[in-house]
Design a protein around this ligand. Structure first.
Ligand code: ZN
Length: 297
């Protein structure tokens, strides 16, 4: 009896050893594939900043490679896109997320964030301190709790990265509007030497008017999927962007992007891109305002 148990034990150990070796071999091979494949989508560990506006349909998910070799994911909506977002990040050469940002707890921004938290290594998580009762939100909180992590509550004035030539700053929420989750959106500005990027989640004009920090930026993630309630003349005057990205789904139910928002972008001569028409959009710059944009289609 004892002998047969010992035999089983030895077999299990051997099987485990074989599996582990196979797994290791696979991941090493993947790593080499990445470095050998010239068509890889990322620029792992380059001294550039790259923002990938991942096409996930009617929602937001933006992966950012920072020039200090850290990375950030702003939002992971909609539902059932977790594996897709994870694979996209892995294809850029990263397998961990240093900073995970949930701009606000709507399903088109956190729909797959529970998957990301459960399946990837995360450095820190930032969310606005506002709660909601949706299952999606509860699933995310459960995933964070199971991982033994704590959420940092994002407020205007906080700094995520503060280095000589690289700053990742939280400009909003300035105040919490319990009645309108969109207006609790975390607004992030990244400044890398002369380059600047502004990500405003679904902030509407009411929240945007509360921001006191400098919102001027070369690249703007257009608010609320191109809704007329976010893109106003006053806001575009303040940001004065050169490039903008609208993240929305093909033929979405909301009519995003709204015609008024698109006309304003045209009026301000902003070179804008749309994930519904062009798929995933990647904007890269080198710190001296040399921007390059690549689109999936
Ligand atoms: Zn949204």
């Amino acid at each position: 009896m004892i002998k047969s148990k010992l035999n089983i034990f030895i077999k299990v150990v051997l099987l485990f050893a074989v599996c582990t070796t196979t797994l290791c071999a696979c991941s090493v091979e993947n790593l080499f594939d990445y470095y050998l494949n010239e068509n890889n989508v990322g620029s792992v560990y380059a001294d550039n900043i790259s923002a990938h506006f991942i096409d996930i349909g009617q929602g937001d998910s933006i992966f950012i490679e920072l020039p200090n070799h850290e990375c950030m994911l702003i939002d992971a909506g909609i539902a059932n896109k977790g594996e897709y977002i994870e694979n996209y990040i892995i294809s850029t050469g990263y397998d961990t997320i240093d900073y995970l940002i949930a701009t606000h707890p709507h399903a088109d921004h956190i729909g797959s964030m529970d998957y990301i938290v459960s399946n990837m290594d995360i450095g820190s998580i930032y969310m606005p301190k506002v709660s909601t009762t949706t299952k999606t939100y509860e699933r995310l909180l459960e995933a964070v709790q199971e991982k033994g992590m704590k959420i940092k509550s994002a407020r205007a004035g906080m700094s995520i990265v503060d280095e000589e030539d690289l700053n990742v700053d939280i400009l909003a929420p300035v105040e919490i509007d319990e009645g309108e989750l969109n207006n609790c959106s975390i607004i992030i500005k990244i400044t890398y030497e002369s380059d600047s990027y502004l990500f405003i989640g679904d902030a509407e004009k009411e929240e945007l008017s509360t921001v006191t920090a400098d919102m001027s930026a070369d690249v703007l993630k257009v608010g609320h999927h191109g809704s007329r309630t976010s893109t106003t003349e006053e806001f575009l005057e303040e940001v004065n962007p050169e490039y903008a990205v609208i993240s929305c789904g093909i033929d979405n139910d909301y009519g995003h992007p709204h015609e008024e928002a698109v006309s304003l972008l045209n009026e301000f001569n902003v070179e804008y891109y749309r994930t519904d028409l062009q798929g995933t959009i990647k904007i890269t710059s080198d710190g001296s305002r040399n921007y390059s944009v690549t689109t999936e289609k």
